[in-house]
Design a protein around this ligand. Structure first.
Ligand SMILES: Cc1cc2nc3c(=O)[nH]c(=O)nc-3n(C[C@H](O)[C@H](O)[C@H](O)COP(=O)(O)OP(=O)(O)OC[C@H]3O[C@@H](n4cnc5c(N)ncnc54)[C@H](O)[C@@H]3O)c2cc1C
Length: 466
């Protein structure tokens, strides 16, 4: 095991502690869950400033001392963006989490970066509002981390990703200057869109301390159904039909390969057959919301009737109660069966324009199965916006590159993305280097050097700076 002894001097540690409050050291950190990457807490020392002002002083000090820092939120990131090592300082936003204000007139929430998505959802729900974004990791993922990764999730096909939900931010630059770019209006063309730049930059350009987020009316669920199909084309046709039929009241269209649903059900002591569904390799989980027109359950049934009559659906179940709905969602959301269930697991996250998705899915499915017979292949995702998650687990080590060779070629050329919503972090760096144009990489390096000339902010994430 790599040593966790950090290389910061005692004097530096004392100064950091004076600025930001008590530090957490490796004796405590080693007992903590490192989240979704074993090396997240490897630096062995963590500062938890409780305000933008303290963070500002801390960054100014680290910049002057050339101390690399790794921002961390809820540690649910899936690409190694929070990985730290000896000689670095972890800066957690866990204590920048006090402020949540809901403005029900402007429909805007203003929240500290360390607030979790679930806390924001609950605060907004008191005003019958919602942030319009939802992820299975809602209980731990922070608004700051979600902004830094430009998270997408279940509702992105109708509400957009974090970047579309955010109106403004406060962030601290590497030199400690606090940039207040908060705004509570949609229309705001006052110069460069700095918040848009910081969103998705994975902690490499600034540390976010507060955000203003657009809210939408919170609508109760009207109906939830699980469908099974023999082909991915059939899933796409039905999802498309439902998008046109329900418009913005369609809340979710999630796809699951059957093996994934079966594995999750088994993990929870259930059987996939408990759903009552028959044969078929591909599942669609669709959900609608109550609308002001009313009759929403009847409309859902009419839609289903149309789909059956058109021969587009042969087998579907509508959830009859909350327990059944929860079971459907459990099979979709509990990816821990893959993420934590294997000693070796590689997780990928691809976006493909819907027009190319059936062909792409059929190709990768076929080629992944040829790769090795000891691999467990789990595929699921947000079919409404063409985002597939591919998780490959094994008891034995296997080559990451061999999976990339199957998943990445052609994706960017078709207008898709080799990382849809998780970011690049450390794990997608090689793919980024190989598949993203040199001109884009050069422009990114120029921005990074301008905003963080000493390269102290989350160094060596996304791209290496020489
Ligand atoms: C079960 C599960 C389901 C998931 N489903 C989805 C999904 O549907 N859609 C999706 O998009 N993602 C999903 N994710 C991934 C993950 O939840 C998101 O990437 C989330 O946005 C990370 O938030 P976090 O607070 O945990 O950030 P962390 O993991 O702590 O950090 C992620 C990155 O952001 C940086 N960072 C953190 N906080 C800040 C800050 N305040 N300022 C600047 N940089 C910061 C870190 O340095 C790191 O690079 C899922 C993860 C799990 C485990």
């Amino acid at each position: 095991m790599e040593s966790q002894v950090n290389k910061l001097s005692q004097e530096q540690l004392n100064n950091i502690e004076t600025i930001s409050g008590k530090l957490t050291h490796s004796d405590t950190l080693s007992g903590r869950d490192p989240g979704y990457h074993p090396d997240n807490l490897k630096a062995g020392v963590m500062a938890t400033p409780d305000s933008a002002e303290k963070l500002s002083q801390l960054l100014a000090y680290c910049n002057a001392q050339n101390i690399p820092v790794v921002p961390q939120g809820g540690l649910t990131g899936l690409v190694g963006g929070s990985v730290s090592k000896s000689g670095q300082l972890i800066i957690s936003t866990a204590r920048i989490n006090k402020f949540i204000e809901i403005d029900p007139i402007s429909n805007v929430a203003t929240v500290d970066a360390g607030v979790t998505l679930e806390e924001l959802q609950n605060a907004a729900a008191k005003f019958d509002l919602s942030p319009g974004i939802d992820l299975p990791s809602r209980g731990s993922a922070t608004i700051g981390g979600m902004s830094a990764t430009n998270a997408g999730g279940i509702e992105a096909f109708r509400m957009g990703t974090m970047r579309d939900r955010i109106l403004g931010s406060i962030f601290v630059r590497a030199d400690g200057s606090i940039v207040n770019d908060l705004a509570f209006v949609l229309k705001n063309n006052t110069g460069y869109a700095l918040t848009d730049l910081i969103v998705g930059s994975e902690g490499t350009l600034g540390i976010i301390t507060r955000l203003s987020i657009r809210l939408v009316p919170l609508r109760p669920v009207a109906a939830t159904a699980l469908f099974v199909f023999p082909t991915i084309e059939a899933v796409l046709k039905v999802a498309e039909h439902m998008r046109r039929y329900f418009g913005s009241s369609l809340r979710a269209t999630e796809v699951l390969w059957r093996e994934f649903a079966e594995a999750v059900a088994k993990q929870h002591g259930r059987q996939f057959s408990d759903t009552g569904l028959g044969e078929g390799q591909f599942l669609l989980l669709a959900e609608t919301e109550v609308t002001s027109q009313g009759n929403d359950e009847e409309r859902f049934l009419s839609c289903l009737e149309e789909l059956f009559e058109a021969g587009l659906v042969e087998d579907a179940v509508i959830a009859q109660n909350n327990q059944q709905r929860d079971f459907f969602w459990l099979m979709r959301e509990d990816s821990d069966v893959a993420l934590r269930g294997f000693p070796h697991i590689h997780s990928f996250d691809i976006s493909i324009p819907l027009v190319h998705l059936a062909e792409y899915a059929a190709r990768i499915d076929h080629e992944l199965r040829q790769l090795a017979n000891n691999l467990s292949i789990f595929i699921f995702g947000h079919i409404g916006d063409g985002n597939l998650h591919v998780m490959i687990g094994s008891q034995e080590p296997f080559s990451y590159e061999s999976v990339e060779e199957i998943l990445y070629p052609g994706v960017q050329e078709q207008g898709g993305a080799i990382s849809a919503e998780h970011g690049i972090g450390t794990e997608k760096k090689n793919g980024f280097k190989r598949f993203i144009s040199p001109e884009k990489q050069a422009a990114m390096i120029a921005i990074k050097k301008a905003l963080d000339p000493n390269n102290i902010l989350n160094p060596n994430k996304i791209i290496d700076i020489s």
